[in-house]
Design a protein around this ligand. Structure first.
Ligand code: AMP
Ligand code: GLY
Length: 423
């Protein structure tokens, strides 16, 4: 069959690579895709928010499975549009994607069903939020309720910063309507782990763990970004932590969504903080993480398409997820200045060094073709992923491979996976 992938980042490139190697798949399409995806799939110039046009395309090409990579179309209801037209699609419906689309919803869900998470309050009135903050414990985390490109969580060390954050989110509306409501959340400390899970509405199967590096600069300094690099597995995600999460977080979340009439089918991304008092949920996402997908999917031994079909058919309980007994590290190569101002259109060289390799990969995020060149076209430009027998080897391999690629204003963090040394 032919598959269609909706999105254009490194995550979609990693998904496309898995789809391309599936024995079930003849041809991969991606809308809109990018220059790297274009090397293994046919890119279609339709935006991720044009649900009807995408469905028209899927119908016309008799696409056997459409995979939605990105959050905004999922939260906007693309899956419902496809299902209404009888098209097979992988991802949660709108009423389930709300678990990512509204922090207020997800916090209320966790409270109602006793799923461990930070204590919180919600506000729709900035004055009320400011009154609450006068006596709240600091630091505190203020979050826009809605989608904000992973940048809507503001950590405030004192009252002045908290007041400023209320202004940013609710008055200046830096994230638009996403800041109509905010969540004020207890500040937690600990190691962060991302666990992406396949879900079929009833059953949930966690994949191997990963750790993201959200801040722009070394030493976890600078602004929050979409993610500057990842490693997998996380040495801090022990068997004991896993068992706790299975019992208290993963299955309870599936059951809670079902009890609310919001059966979750697709990828549930559970962002965890491993606190002194046990693992707690930082956030849920309704899709693969980016760059988490770039270290998790290359290690998966199953045929991804088979697992996705099991999710849609409600037979995930019969699937055993298997991952290679190795490690992977992804270093994001960004345009200097990201996540603020940066230049684009810079020619990229060295990409051919990855051709034909199965131990390291270059996933494209912000790239496009310009004549015979591939040029930078975004903040996060490429994700260089390397495998290794263990995390240290994978990290050394990833930093070596990151040198192969050059472009003007190339920027990367030099400490991706530093935490490995503390394990
Ligand atoms: P979120 O968008 O909710 O994942 O938040 C983005 C990042 O902010 C997380 O990955 C954490 O690094 C940080 N963060 C969010 N909530 C908290 C919290 N309650 N305590 C400490 N850090 C947090
Ligand atoms: N890397 C975090 C995310 O995909 O939201």
């Amino acid at each position: 069959m032919d598959v269609l992938i909706v999105g254009s980042g490194g995550r979609e490139h990693a998904i496309a690579a898995c789809a391309a190697k599936s024995s079930r798949v003849d041809k991969v399409y991606c809308a809109p895709g990018n220059a790297g995806i274009g090397l293994i799939a046919e890119c279609i110039d339709i935006s991720v928010m044009e649900y009807d046009k995408l469905a028209d395309f899927a119908e016309e090409k008799q696409i056997g499975l459409t995979i939605i990579g990105m959050d905004s179309p999922l939260v906007g209801g693309i899956v419902d549009v496809f299902e209404k037209r009888g098209l097979r699609v992988f991802g949660p419906r709108k009423n389930a994607a709300i678990i990512e689309g509204s922090k207020a919803f997800s916090k209320d869900l966790m409270k109602k069903y006793n799923i461990p998470t930070a204590a919180y309050e919600k506000f729709t009135d900035p004055d009320e939020a400011l009154r609450y903050l006068e006596t709240a414990a600091m630091p505190i985390v203020l979050k826009a309720d809605g989608l904000a490109l992973g940048k809507g969580a503001l950590i405030c060390n004192n009252l002045d910063e908290a007041k400023e954050a209320v202004k940013t989110l609710m008055i200046d509306k830096q994230f638009g309507d996403a800041g109509d409501e905010i969540v004020a959340e207890e500040f937690m400390t600990g190691r962060e782990v991302s666990v992406l899970c396949f879900c079929d509405g009833t059953h949930i199967k966690p994949m191997t763990s990963a750790q993201d590096h959200k801040r722009a600069k070394d030493g976890d300094q600078g602004l929050n970004t979409g993610g500057m690099g990842t490693f997998s597995p996380s040495p801090f995600y022990t068997e004991e932590v896993h068992k706790f999460c299975e019992e208290k977080i993963y299955q309870p979340t599936m059951d809670a969504m079902k009890a609310e009439g919001r059966d979750f089918v697709g990828i549930l991304f559970v962002g965890l903080m491993l606190t002194e008092s046990g693992p707690k949920v930082l956030e849920y996402n309704a899709r693969f993480g980016d760059p988490e997908a770039q270290v998790v999917l290359p290690r998966m031994e199953n045929d991804m398409i088979d697992v996705m079909n099991a999710c849609i058919d409600g037979t995930l309980d019969k699937t055993d997820l298997r991952f290679e007994d190795n490690a992977a590290v992804c270093v994001v190569l960004a345009s200097d200045g990201y996540p603020e101002h940066y230049e684009t259109g810079k020619p990229i060289s060295g990409l051919e060094k990855f051709d034909g390799r199965d131990d390291c990969f270059v996933f494209h995020a912000g790239t496009k073709k310009a004549g015979n060149d591939i040029v930078t076209n975004g903040g996060r430009v490429l994700g260089v992923t390397a495998k290794g027998t263990d995390l240290k080897q994978a990290r050394a391999n990833a930093y070596e491979a990151a040198k192969w690629v050059t472009f003007e204003n190339k920027y990367m963090r030099n400490d991706i996976g530093k935490a490995i040394d503390e394990a």
